[in-house]
Design a protein around this ligand. Structure first.
Ligand code: HEC
Ligand SMILES: [Cu+2]
Length: 331
């Protein structure tokens, strides 16, 4: 009787320790294979060592894909914004698995989201998802700067009318005045530089009783009135993650990762080297939102400014431009 119960106990132990895990594992392997999941290993190294390998992947709509991402060196992040993937941490020696749902055709950029080295911003890749029927992708609407015929590579002139103190959107709003049409309307305003808006307001006889400070407050109000607070907060987070290392935490263009970049000197030797200083009023107030968004989404200019058009949604880009305005305009 005793022997019998011993054997029975042993049987249970065997089932729990060996047969159950083995069958679960077998079931998993069977399920993965049966469903036709393509498993792709991606190794993430700092850009100096090659970045993501592979950094180009091609699939078709409907493919089932599991990415297995590992890092042999530093802590990296891994985001595919267009597919809603955002893995904050790929620790060295660990494998992170990401299952992709490829239900729409398109080109989806992926990027590291941690400053793993000074060249971190080069750490990117692309996933192409072809339509199941091989149809071509719909072409996107050209960005605003192109529709306005703006040449991003032309040097732009500095503004000469500058605010004497930090303009305040709140004080501008409190004036209770009606903004002229091209400043009231968000789309129209994006084509206007703040310094030109100031000039336009100054030239209007209806504003002759207002001082320059009040007019600048009105300009600040015109520029910050349309952005939603949550979108602005998101842009602030993205700025800290993606921009501060080059443009500086306070926007002064003094981030460590930007030190060796050429900047606008490439276009004009008289211009400063390195990333743009967003607190330089003469420069920033002469640029329309369309110019800033264009440079953000396209990057380049031979300066080392990365492109963010493939990583940010339209709304994130415009919110980021509004956030850049807050380096000069207060609440
Ligand atoms: C690797 C460094 C680097 C990173 C990261 C970077 N930038 Fe830049 N950026 C530059 C350089 C260099 C320039 C060219 C200098 C200039 O335009 O004055 C530039 C220029 C710009 C300009 C054009 C300014 C002007 O008036 O011409 C904008 C706008 C800008 N960056 C926004 C951003 C934003 C927003 C981010 C983050 C999402 C970002 N940058 C991330 C280096 C960087
Ligand atoms: Cu990185």
């Amino acid at each position: 009787m005793k022997r019998c119960s011993n054997l029975f106990a042993l049987g249970i132990v065997l089932v729990v320790l060996i047969i159950l895990p083995a069958s679960l594992f077998g079931y998993q392997a069977w399920r993965t294979a049966a469903a036709g999941v393509q498993v792709v290993d991606i190794v993430a190294r700092v850009p100096e060592q090659g970045g993501f390998a592979p950094d180009r992947l091609s699939f078709r709509v409907g493919d089932r894909v599991r990415l297995r991402i590992s890092s042999p060196d530093a802590v990296h992040g891994f985001a595919i914004p267009g597919l809603g993937v955002d893995v904050d941490e790929i620790d060295p020696g660990k494998v992170v698995e990401v299952d992709l749902t490829l239900d729409k055709p398109g080109r989806f950029a992926f990027a590291c989201t941690r400053w793993c080295s000074v060249d971190h911003w080069r750490m990117r890749g692309v996933i192409d998802v072809a339509a199941a029927d091989g149809a071509a992708l719909p072409t996107a609407e050209p960005p605003l700067y192109q529709r306005l015929g703006i040449d991003l590579d032309a040097a732009h002139h500095d503004a000469h009318d500058l605010p004497a103190q930090r303009p305040s959107a709140g004080r501008g709003k409190a004036l209770g005045l009606t903004l002229p049409g091209d400043l009231a309307d968000e789309d129209a305003r994006r084509a206007v530089a703040p310094a030109d808006a100031f000039g336009q307001l100054r030239a209007d006889p209806a504003n002759s009783a207002l001082g320059d400070d009040d007019l600048w407050n009105l300009v600040a109000w015109a520029w910050l009135k349309d952005v939603r607070p949550d979108a602005l907060a998101r842009a602030k987070t993205l700025y800290a993650r993606d921009c501060a290392a080059c443009h500086g935490v306070e926007g002064k263009g003094d981030g460590v990762a930007g030190k060796k970049l050429p900047g606008l000197q490439k276009m004009d030797p008289a211009m400063p080297s390195g990333p743009a200083d967003f607190t330089a009023a003469a420069h920033l107030l002469a640029a329309s939102d369309a110019v800033l968004q264009g440079k953000l989404l396209r990057g380049g200019m031979g300066t080392g400014m990365p492109e963010f058009g493939s990583l940010y949604t339209d709304e994130e880009q415009w919110a980021m431009v509004a956030y850049l305005r807050t380096f000069l305009f207060g609440e």
